[in-house]
Design a protein around this ligand. Sequence first.
Ligand SMILES: Nc1ncnc2c1ncn2[C@@H]1O[C@H](COP(=O)(O)OP(=O)(O)OP(=O)(O)O)[C@@H](O)[C@H]1O
Length: 498
Amino acid sequence: MQTSGQRIVNRLRASLFSSLLRQEVAFFDKTRTGELINRLSSDTALLGRSITENLSDGLRAGAQASIGIGMMFYVSPQLATFVLSVVPPISILAVIYGRYLQKLTKVMQDSLAQTTQLAEESIGNIRTVRAFGKEITEIEKYTSKVDHVMQLARKEAFARAGFFGATGLSGNLIVLSVLYKGGLLMGSAHMTVGELSSFLMYAFWVGLSIGGLSSFYSELMKGLGAGGRLWELLERKPELPFDGVVLNQESFQGTLEFRNVHFAYPARPEVPIFQDFSLSIPSASVTALVGPSGSGKSTVLSLLLRLYDPISGTISLDGHDIRQLNPVWLRSKIGTVSQEPVLFSCSIAENIAYGADDPSSVTAEQIEKVADVANAGAFIRNFPQGFNTVVGEKGVLLSGGQKQRIAIARALLKNPKILLLDEATSALDAENEYLVQEALDRLMEGRTVLIIAHRLSTIKNANTVAVLDQGKITERGRHEELLSKPNGIYRRLMNKQS
Ligand SMILES: Nc1ncnc2c1ncn2[C@@H]1O[C@H](COP(=O)(O)OP(=O)(O)OP(=O)(O)O)[C@@H](O)[C@H]1O
């Protein structure tokens, strides 16, 4: 039972994890990471234990109780009927207790999830916590959450004590009544001493088994309480599909077009981000997207990756609506380098190989080659462990410029037709900036590029500059053309920057 319990927990975890990773990005905008982690670790364990380890005790207790009751009827049907008259009130009590426990467990697991969420956030952001000197505040917040869990646990303990107390008391009362009633039956010569003693033994045995059953029942109810949210997550159908058409590789150009797109984030549907947004991005050319902060530049990239779908209008790739295309295939054709690239807590080599369709088939030479093209080879070789250097959680052991160059190497290995870039706003030192810029220029060669541009040099070199303002492209052209418009938004934007 213990090994099958572990197997069930493992399977539950694997299924839940796979169900979670298939959910659309909007789902993660609304759900907290700590809560999902708690579901994966604690809820699965509780459910697994309640239906396996506990089940063996329950089965044994059930079998013992049934045989014991049978024997009681065999010895004295009259006394057995009398004893079993306590079953209906105890059953009603059990149902009430079970429902309460199920509800309480749900609340308790939610409260535990909030505790995990808080711990995850405080530990994950320890640098910010430390910089603001908020350790004590965070500890107090965590302690108050833990105290809340304790209060709920106390409620559970009281309910448990009440239920087990009531069932235990009824058991004892039954024994006393059996002694009394059995005595009367013996007095009237309807029962022998031997029959009464064996009846008492069976009744005692049944009483013990019912204690075991009650414990099984309460654990089961706890499991069901924890399981409710698990089933919801396991059965949740992702809103964005995983299938669709794959375009012909030979004739694939990589031309992108937004036509009359309206969009608002599902988490904030009342705030429109794009209204009638249109933009075409020709194949093998560089389009620089500029616009004020919060105008929706990063959202354009998210829509192209199909992390969200527009409310209306179309986004097409080579004339095909991307909603018809297989999203996995679509994303395999797109490389991204974001402002602050996220790396995984493994070696540099593994992080670069992550860009390939099949990382296990990537050779060390390939990794070194792309790292050199991305101007990352030299600093990586300077580390004592070279390409095997572990970068820490989210790449915390590397500098911003180093992370960017590794992300560029990762994108180079992917070798995508389309590139979505978000240029870093944070200032790198001159040498780092030059190295990153040179690596980006190499990466952009011959691809369809949409770059959220901040540097003047990138904007000047782009084939087209598109100005995004208030949910629309308001101006489009080359840098000099746009600058020459006397009242243009672009001109104002550039003046502000300089
Ligand atoms: N996941 C999200 N859910 C809800 N609203 C969001 C989400 N992401 C961004 N927003 C909102 O959408 C708007 C556009 O954000 P976006 O990040 O696209 O702007 P941006 O032009 O890239 O800004 P910046 O230049 O400052 O990076 C902002 O008002 C932002 O608050």
